[in-house]
Design a protein around this ligand. Structure first.
Ligand code: HXC
Length: 260
């Protein structure tokens, strides 16, 4: 899939991307680098970052890889500090680190629920909070990766639905509180995207056809669909967009996300 964006639309920008080694946010990180941004990517495990770092550098880009668990505020502060030490600034923060598994609510332990909320919601807050001063200086922006699971109700996903609803609340709140500081805060809510860890974990192959039929546009999304939305929101073309979570799902949620 091609995109319509000029190669240099993020020239001179520094992007700090959590979960930036793999999956949807890995695609966003790579696309940002291809369009001129210098990257700092984080993940819990440094080995999840190595392939992306090598791919970006082989393509002539710059990529700093720092291991950090977004649940650990000190580790997040350290990753931000290393990025500043390396590049001198941060212009764009992408919160993509997320946890997920399928589990019925009556079988889910409180710790299982809390673990996903801690990664997705508290992790998003931790990163935004730790990056605030740098984003204030750069008049930067935040992009939070969310989901559509909580717009209706998605069985086996109570923990992720609650966590992503919290992420959307963070996007709206910070857009109002930090807009006056010159920081734009937006989100993207992907629908079913093929070739992702989330889909591998959540969607047994036989259900793929059933879901495809429920997408008005008749196909699964590609990681490139999310990359294009992220490039738009990160670019100056979106300079008056603040507090929006852009749904990129082919219209799926409007038909209902559950199969029952
Ligand atoms: C039930 C489970 C479970 C499972 C873990 N738990 N996996 N419960 N079913 N499959 C419970 C554990 O029993 C434990 O509770 C608690 O969760 C913490 O588990 P740990 O393994 O100790 O946690 P941790 O090592 O921190 O791992 C976090 C994780 C992990 C979320 C559980 O599996 C993970 O990070 N997954 C991968 C990342 C991923 O899938 N990323 C893509 C997200 S896609 P107890 O009570 O036993 O102590 C995405 C898209 C959403 O977010 C939208 C899709 C449309």
């Amino acid at each position: 899939m091609t995109n319509i964006f000029a190669d240099n639309i993020l020239e001179g920008k520094v992007a700090f991307v959590t979960g930036g080694g793999t999956g949807i946010t890995g695609g966003v990180a790579r696309a940002f680098a291809e369009h001129g941004a210098k990257l700092a990517i984080t993940s819990r495990k440094i080995e999840n970052l190595e392939a992306m770092k090598a791919a970006v550098e082989n393509n002539g880009g710059e990529c700093l890889a720092v291991a950090a668990d977004v649940r650990d505020f000190e580790a997040v502060q350290n990753a931000i500090a290393k990025t500043i030490e390396h590049y001198g600034k941060i212009d764009i923060v992408v919160n993509g680190a997320a946890g997920n598994f399928l589990c019925a609510a009556n079988e889910l332990s409180p710790n299982g629920f809390g673990t996903v909320v801690d990664i997705d919601t508290k992790g998003t807050f931790n990163v935004c909070r730790a990056a605030f001063e740098e984003l204030q200086k750069s008049k930067g922006q935040i992009l939070n990766i969310s989901a559509t699971l909580h717009y209706l109700a998605t069985p086996m996903q109570i923990h992720v639905s609650a966590a992503k609803a919290g992420v959307d609340a963070i996007t709206r709140n910070l857009s109002v509180e930090w807009g006056p500081h010159g920081i734009r805060v937006n989100g993207i809510a992907p629908g079913p995207i093929e070739d992702t860890e989330g889909m591998k974990r959540l969607l047994p192959e036989p259900l793929k056809e059933k879901i495809t039929k429920r997408v008005p546009l008749g196909r699964f999304g590609k990681i490139a669909d999310i990359e294009n939305a992220a490039l738009f929101l990160a670019s100056d073309a979106a300079s008056y967009i603040n507090g929006v979570t852009l749904v990129v799902d082919g219209g799926q949620w409007l038909k209902g996300t559950s199969l029952g």
